[in-house]
Design a protein around this ligand. Structure first.
Ligand SMILES: NC(=O)c1ccc[n+]([C@@H]2O[C@H](COP(=O)([O-])OP(=O)(O)OC[C@H]3O[C@@H](n4cnc5c(N)ncnc54)[C@H](OP(=O)(O)O)[C@@H]3O)[C@@H](O)[C@H]2O)c1
Length: 299
């Protein structure tokens, strides 16, 4: 058995949902996303991905598979962990996330289950995704939470409301979709140019009306990046890193070259003037909601 760094999420399919490349807070600044995850939804294999437009991952009863929804019942968490350990071929999961809060299972029960898994040596750290301050506090009281993962980027600022609680509890923040699902890299095309299975075909930020405004803003960001001799992706990631020491962006890419490029953002320091210019370009985030429907709400 290997002891490679690994993270896993639940709820998920019964096979367990795994990330071979982990993103432990404050030690790693980049993670790889599985091929196709940004491009579209994991329709054939429910990976715990949020790509289903109706909300968190669910598999179809019509297909004869179990419907997992947000199932965070203790027995299901234990099942996912055992399966993830087996599929990853590791002895311990470094960071185990609850992918979406389950309205039917008290968070204390979830945290207690993870606490037991930590005591059993199967898991090192506990993470939450798209959880609000109250949920975070209640979970943290049972089992300290190491990382909260939520969307945060130049386009998406709502997560800033969580930062005081994260500071108070000393919880790391993992910023997902830090490149605005690729828009902030300057590679966006109009929604109609993406296939129907591609999330960007329905993403509000790609829709007519919003798209043009977002394109104009990213054009200005690209110009600033060019002045500094960096790429737009690096500028967007450096901006995130400048928002506080507990922030760990996890850009997704299928390209090793882009991964290298993105890691380079860690060496880029933005000046107060750079930050002021970026604030002028996008004072409160991008145009359009972050999901077409099922935008996570927090408590
Ligand atoms: N917790 C949750 O609910 C949740 C939700 C969404 C995402 N996530 C996680 O967040 C991570 C990344 O999010 P994401 O993939 O949605 O969005 P993202 O990182 O904001 O953007 C990824 C997109 O940017 C492109 N890209 C990456 N680096 C680039 C570069 N240097 N230049 C040009 N294009 C570049 C990628 O294309 P190529 O692949 O072609 O490079 C891909 O299309 C993943 O680990 C994912 O699992 C978590």
């Amino acid at each position: 058995m290997r002891t490679a760094s690994a993270s896993a999420i639940f709820p998920s399919s019964g096979t367990g949902s795994i990330h071979r490349t982990s993103h432990p807070p404050r030690t790693s600044r980049v993670t790889l996303s599985a091929p196709g995850r940004t491009r579209g939804r994991s329709a054939s294999r429910c990976t715990g991905s949020p790509w289903t437009r109706a909300g968190p991952c669910s598999s179809s009863r019509a297909s004869g598979r179990r419907d997992y929804g947000t199932d965070s019942r203790p027995a299901h968490i234990r099942e996912v962990v055992d399966n993830s350990l087996r599929h990853l071929g590791v002895e311990i999961i470094d960071l185990l996330y609850q992918h979406r809060v389950d309205p039917n299972v008290p968070i204390e029960d979830v945290a207690g289950t993870v606490r037991d898994l930590i005591a059993a040596g199967k898991v090192k750290h506990f993470g939450l995704s798209e959880a609000g301050p109250n949920t975070l506090r209640r979970a943290h009281a049972v089992q300290p939470v190491t990382a909260l993962q939520t969307e945060f980027s130049l386009f998406e600022r709502e997560a800033e409301a969580l930062f005081p609680t994260l500071d108070e509890l000393d919880v790391g923040f993992v910023a997902y979709s830090p490149l605005g699902r690729g828009f902030l890299t300057g590679a966006a095309k109009p929604a109609r140019e993406y296939g129907p299975g591609d999330i960007r075909s329905s993403d509000p930020r790609w829709q007519p009306g919003n798209f043009e405004k977002n394109l104009a803003a990213t054009g200005q960001l690209r110009a600033l990046a060019a002045e500094k001799g960096v790429t737009a992706a690096q500028l967007a990631l450096a901006w995130l890193l400048a928002q506080g020491p507990r922030i760990v962006p996890i850009p997704g890419s299928r390209s090793p070259v882009r991964v290298e490029e993105n890691v380079g953002a860690a060496d880029l320091s933005l000046t107060a003037e750079d930050l002021a210019r970026i604030k002028d370009i996008l004072p409160t985030g991008g145009f359009g909601a972050r999901y077409a429907s099922g935008v996570p709400t927090w408590d």
